[in-house]
Design a protein around this ligand. Structure first.
Ligand code: MN
Length: 150
């Protein structure tokens, strides 16, 4: 019986997608409860700003289809994508598909959004300078905006 159970677990492990078996280096954090996104987003602050380092570093993980609302970082933001496939769009520009290993520079004051593609989880490390104030949250990304690559 013991053998049968371990064989079953082995077969189950083999049938899981590779991404599901991978363990993130950093903790995934807690499900975000702030009203600035749709879908499930996990957030974990990894390095808080202090008197020496005036930026925060956090990891964000998105369930497939989850996305942030349109927003602005007064001093910009750099995203290091650590997992999956997602979308990034600046106001007035086409939506870009982005993936693990890419680095995105969100320029200061530029309205944009980012989130997971419909069928992929998505995660990044975000470095956000804090000296010019907090992120400004704007409108929800509409379904039409999310679907359109224009
Ligand atoms: Mn951003």
């Amino acid at each position: 019986m013991k053998v049968a159970v371990s064989t079953l677990l082995f077969v189950l492990a083999l049938s899981m997608p590779a991404a599901a078996q991978r363990t993130s280096i950093f903790p995934k954090g807690e499900i975000a409860t702030v009203d600035n996104h749709t879908g499930t987003v996990w957030l974990k602050e990894l390095s808080e700003p202090d008197s020496v380092f005036n930026y925060s570093i956090a990891t964000a993980t998105f369930a497939p289809g989850a996305k942030l609302d349109w927003h602005i970082h007064p001093a910009g933001q750099i995203l290091l994508i650590t997992e999956g496939i997602g979308y990034y769009q600046e106001r007035g520009k086409p939506r870009q598909t982005v993936q693990q290993g890419q680095v995105i520079k969100c320029q200061p004051g530029v309205e944009h959004w980012h989130g997971a593609a419909p069928k992929s989880s998505f995660a990044y490390l975000a470095t956000t300078p804090t000296q010019k104030g907090k992120t400004i949250w704007l409108k929800r990304v509409t379904d039409a905006e999310y679907r359109s690559s224009k």
